[in-house]
Design a binder for this molecule. Structure first.
Ligand code: PNS
Length: 182
């Protein structure tokens, strides 16, 4: 036992170069049609875990988009302006390729439970097979576990109040888009 304790510190001193200065970049991808407060919570948490974060707005071929990519990016920039290590970008093709091009070490996604896992696990595995990129999952905060962009769009389409789920700018954009200017 004593021998193990004595050798342990030496493992930390194995490399000559200090590692504390190394920077890490993560990509938080999604359709963000529109960004919800649940998405924003994941971006804020990723921004605390990594040195830098790119919020990547990507096409999901299984979903018909409502807002243009440019509007989605604008709305994400609006609500992440307080995070100085976060940028927003369009992912023009494969997410895994984008991560390689920007030098990201991880994809970060929020998980709202078993249904999300069923959807996310194959994507994480394919992305890993494509370029070796790892996916890190953050458990959705209980406050936001039931919130999705699809539900938000459905509620606002039928005249319901979406202010608990999105920022005022997102609410205004959706209302203006669906019902004319507020
Ligand atoms: O918010 P979503 O719709 O769950 O996000 C899914 C998204 C957009 C991240 C995913 O569809 C994606 O990565 N699209 C980019 C194209 C791609 O890389 N497809 C292969 C995924 S394994």
């Amino acid at each position: 036992m004593t021998q193990g304790l004595e050798t342990a510190p030496r493992r930390w001193a194995r490399h000559d170069e200090p590692v504390a200065h190394r920077s890490s970049l993560a990509v938080v991808p999604g359709s963000f049609d529109p960004i919800t407060l649940g998405h924003l919570d994941v971006v804020e948490r990723a921004a605390r875990l990594f040195d830098a974060v790119i919020v990547g707005v990507a096409e999901n071929s299984a979903k018909l988009g409502l807002l243009s990519i440019a509007t989605r990016i604008e709305l994400i920039e609006d609500c992440t302006g307080h995070l100085d290590n976060v940028q927003v970008a369009r992912v023009p093709g494969l997410l895994a390729e984008f991560c390689r091009e920007v030098g990201a070490i991880a994809i970060v996604k929020g998980l709202r439970g078993g249904q999300d896992w069923g959807h996310e696990e194959p994507m994480a595995l394919v992305n890993k097979e494509l370029t070796g990129i790892e996916t890190v999952f953050l458990a959705a905060a209980p406050t936001w576990g039931h919130v999705s962009s699809s539900l938000v769009k459905d509620v606002v389409r039928h005249g319901g109040n979406i202010s608990p789920y999105v920022t005022p700018a997102v609410e205004a954009a959706l209302v203006a888009y669906l019902h004319g200017p507020v």
